[in-house]
Design a protein around this ligand. Sequence first.
Ligand SMILES: [Zn+2]
Length: 431
Amino acid sequence: MKKYLSPFLILGFVCLFSTNLFAQSIDKIINASEVERIERVLSSDSMQGRKTFTPSIDKAAAFIAAEFKKNGLQYFTGLNNYLQEFNMIKGKFISAEGNFDEQPLETKDILAFTTQAELTINNNSGYEKIILSADSNFIRNAMKYIGSDKNYLLIVDPANATGFNRLKRFKREAFKKNTSVIFVLSALDPKKYELTIKYEMSEQKLINVVGILPGKSILGAEYVIFSGHYDHLGIGKPDAKGDSIYNGANDDAAGTTAVIILAEYFSRLKNNERTLIFVAFTAEEIGGFGSRYFSKQLNPDNVTAMFNIEMIGTESKWGTNSAYITGYERSDFGKILQTNLADSKFHFEPDPYTTQNLFYRSDNATLAALGVPAHTISTSKMDDEPNYHKQSDEIGTLDMINMTEIIKAIALSSKTIVAGKDTPARVAMEK
Ligand SMILES: [Zn+2]
């Protein structure tokens, strides 16, 4: 038989055969019942809202790790299991006192961002002193100092009192640091000062779940990351229906489900040329600490692309079979994805909620700020998502069929990046 077939015919036959096989195999792995199986576990009441620093989030981490193990993923460099543990410091305020040019300050006018239990400083301690005069962008400005690695004494003009008081409500968790930033609300610019601030510090453990699928040819230096955050808000006050559990089915059990399924898909396919990293981040809801820690464990130059997946359980504003990509115009990542879906009814759109600054509000932000084409894929209608951050964010409000199509679209749209054929352009840095 063989010798009668022309090479052209053989080629055609093989193509047809493999296309069918491919279509079959993707539905076999990425289908609504598998999506629902995982989503149901992560968003169940027994997970108690997966709040950071609670035992229930560890339960979710164990589940994700077990799924990674089933798919034979490898461990991240330097780890001997799927759990990437790290510590954060949480401070409970005890006392603050001091004086400016020998005039006593009031406790309520002193605010420190520090991870040290006791801080005593004066004008000889080498703190850079800066006056923050009346400023409508006060919070934004203040954030820059809080995020820096220098010691600062920031003297806040009383005109910024409202902003100063808002800073007091900022989360008290932080990575351990040797530097501190102290704000004092005062109209004085002191020549001499003295401040003593005390906190009760506790160290708390957090866990990202990370699994690796090594690339066939491009080992190590060209990672493609698929990520979502598995933490949510935990338990709060009961709503009108008496429900107190914030299940976070959409936010972001949905993205985590996608990450697990994509790990399953690519590990069965086993044809990825580039190394794939699958990661479920912790502590997104309290400040993106999971992704911030993870992003520092690798060289951003070695990351080719990041597919971060957030809230894909509901229909986008364009209806089914669509999703948006944050920071779409900042690289050609979105265009590559769309080109790979040319034969599909699925379409990716640029983020329509640009005033909400979503590009820098999710777990892609740390790597994106370093130039990595790291984008978030979502369907969340940020102006009209009735269950967002509510007890009612439950599996029953999600569209499993549409969510399955989105995960399939991510899998298919990533194929040339996974295969090492396409390399998205780096993201332009913000000034
Ligand atoms: Zn989220």
